[in-house]
Design a protein around this ligand. Sequence first.
Ligand SMILES: [Zn+2]
Ligand SMILES: [Zn+2]
Length: 388
Amino acid sequence: MRKDSPDFREVAHAGGKITFNYIIDDEGRRKFSVRFEGSKPNTFRLWTLYALPQGIAVGSVTVGGVGVPWNPPPHPSCIPVMMPSDSEGYFGHQCPVCKKYWRSPGGWAQLPLSCAYCGYADEQHRFLTDAQQKFIESYCYVVLSGAEREQSSVTMDMDAVADACGKESEKPPFYYAEESQQSLLQCTACGSLSDILGVFGYCCVCATRNNFSHFLSVAEEVRARISSLKNYENCVRDIVSAFDSIAGDLLRELVRRIPMIKKRKEKFLRFRLHNLETVAKEVLECFGIDLLFGMPSKDVEDAKVFFHRRHLYEHKGGEVDEKYIQDSGDFSVRLKQVLRETVESSHRSVSLITTLMSNFNDGFHEIFPPLDEPVAYENERKRRLKQT
Ligand SMILES: [Zn+2]
Ligand SMILES: [Zn+2]
């Protein structure tokens, strides 16, 4: 599923008030408790992290529910920091490797987060944005200076932070906002949302790449056009073109992530996915992924013909030329004849290309497997939903 949203809006902080109450325990040690109060009628989430006193985040807190103790901090001096989301319930993330930015409602505290663009996986606090890091520094400073001044409590008013969004005026010390991106993706494997730049990316929670689900949505749209008796030739052209661009992105991702000699890399970066025979051969030889897996030979032959037809529809107005007959082996047509598709042939093209794409996706994720836990959790949720 993909919903388009207006690009690059500044999204305000969720607001609310964070209050620290300082207490002296029986042994005279100063401790504090922390409370968050939301005050605006918007969606918000809280992400609790452990930070060293100087404001360096070192881990996430696993909040297991009422009565369940938190996981112990990585160091005894750690301060638990509550970080509210933006007013849409999202947190910004910045990849420490590729430096790109995206938003999500957050990952699982006990599991690594994956970069939506390059797939790099690490603990969630390694993806903090500069603004979030500044927020954590200020937060720790307030907590520690309140304790030093022996105050009984300190309140951080985050509403002022939220209200400053989009205004030219000087920002409060804790100010941070997020920025909406271009495509709101819902992972079909684990159900998580990510707001990313561009169209293709990884689910940051389970690391499933969205190419196949994106292809399926194109296939659904093409099938709807076939059913409404629209131009069948364009439908065949479009589904093969979708494979070209969507499988092309997946191929470039393999080339980017798998070490290989420069010559091979360059060859793949120039590679065009116009001829199924060549594509299937190269992908099998170089990556061990069989695009034609499980396909009867008649299906393979028909799929190859659809690739050649796509070239005619795109560049020759659908008129048969010598090259088409030689390359496709389709001797049922004559030179200069305009090709015609039917409801059956165009639906068949969608089915065959979907199998190719599914095989490619399976092979890709055999090399780069998604995380099991979020996917299993989502499957269980769906199973329960069906029962009710
Ligand atoms: Zn990255
Ligand atoms: Zn996912």
